[in-house]
Ligand binder design. Structure first.
Ligand code: NAP
Length: 281
């Protein structure tokens, strides 16, 4: 039976460090601040934003809440980002996605100053990751790396398979694993013989959003399985991995919920404090 990778426990340890660092910075005159921008009234986005603001408060990070009406224009949103970029009390900026359909997210995200890109989604943050330069990393993949390290998973030289190639999760995940010297394969909806490719993996990360897609036969005995996927089914959050059967063959596995999710939240706060650290003279 696989060891359960406890994301809540690892996230709590990271949060403790983040809170300590926030307090240290505050004592030096730099109180870390996160601006959270929400456009429209999508209930799921409202919940996410409220959770992030609560996390910030619990760790001693100030949050600046900007809730804009659904008919906000592109220029207004970009002007808000400009003003947050210029605000010295704001060290991290997060624009909650998805934006309403009439708005174009990419120019908004790319407008966030690279030093304040708390989500790590901007073209500059992603470019720095490709180049191997320091910078703010995408929270979910960065959280997965922390989980692997916390559970002493050997990464160097390991075969890693990432299922999913989105800009927010799959691609940065593959790059972080590559940076840590794994041999990485990236799969997607056109991958042939997906199960066979997955069975090659020492580390299998699934970031798709198809409930119970990854079956026991897809997993090499002893592999480490990280389930990023989340889908709401009958009011319950379920992952991409058929947990019970895969746990019988994997050596370590993340549950959903309680695996990657808490890490994403913790890394957002860690990024904000890391950004604030740069403001200390
Ligand atoms: P996304 O943008 O929809 O990307 C999904 C990826 O899965 C795409 O690359 C797609 O391939 C691939 N895919 C779809 N069907 C497939 C199939 N049958 N076989 C193989 N690959 C397939 O989603 P995302 O933003 O990356 O998020 C992925 C999942 O992670 C979602 O469930 C999301 O809710 C979850 N998530 C969780 C957290 C967390 O904190 N736990 C954070 C972020 C995301 P193509 O590129 O070919 O279309």
């Amino acid at each position: 039976m696989a060891e359960i990778i406890d994301g809540r426990k690892v996230a709590a340890a990271i949060n403790e460090r983040t809170a300590a660092e926030a307090a240290r910075l505050a004592a030096l005159g730099v109180s870390p601040g996160l601006a959270v921008v929400l456009v429209g009234d999508d209930p799921a986005s409202q919940t996410y934003v409220t959770m992030k603001e609560r996390d910030a408060a619990a760790l001693g990070i100030a949050s600046f809440d900007h809730r804009l009406p659904a008919d906000t224009e592109q220029g207004q949103l970009e002007a808000l980002v400009d003003s947050l970029n210029a605000d010295p009390a704001v060290h991290g900026i997060l624009v909650q996605l998805p934006l309403p359909r009439h708005l174009d997210a990419e120019p908004v995200i790319d407008r966030i100053s690279p030093g304040k890109d708390a989500d790590g989604f901007g073209v500059s943050s992603l470019g720095r990751l490709v180049r191997g330069l320091p910078g703010l990393r995408s929270c979910t993949p960065a959280g997965v790396m922390e989980l692997l390290r916390a559970y002493d998973v050997p990464i160097e030289g390991a075969r890693a398979v990432v299922v999913g190639r989105s800009t927010m999760v799959g691609k940065p995940m593959a790059l972080l694993l590559l940076e840590a010297d794994a041999t990485v394969m990236v799969c997607h909806s056109r991958t042939r013989d997906l199960a066979d490719v997955c069975r090659e993996a020492d580390i299998l990360v699934s970031a798709v959003g198809r409930p119970r897609m990854v079956r026991r036969e897809w997993v090499k005995p002893g592999a480490v399985v990280v389930d990023v996927g989340t889908t709401r089914l009958d009011g319950k959050l379920v992952g991409d991995v058929a947990f019970e059967e895969v746990a019988e063959v994997a050596s370590k596995i993340t549950p959903v919920p309680g695996g990657v999710g808490p890490m994403t939240r913790a890394m957002l706060m860690a990024n904000t404090v890391a950004a604030a650290r740069k403001a200390v003279r």
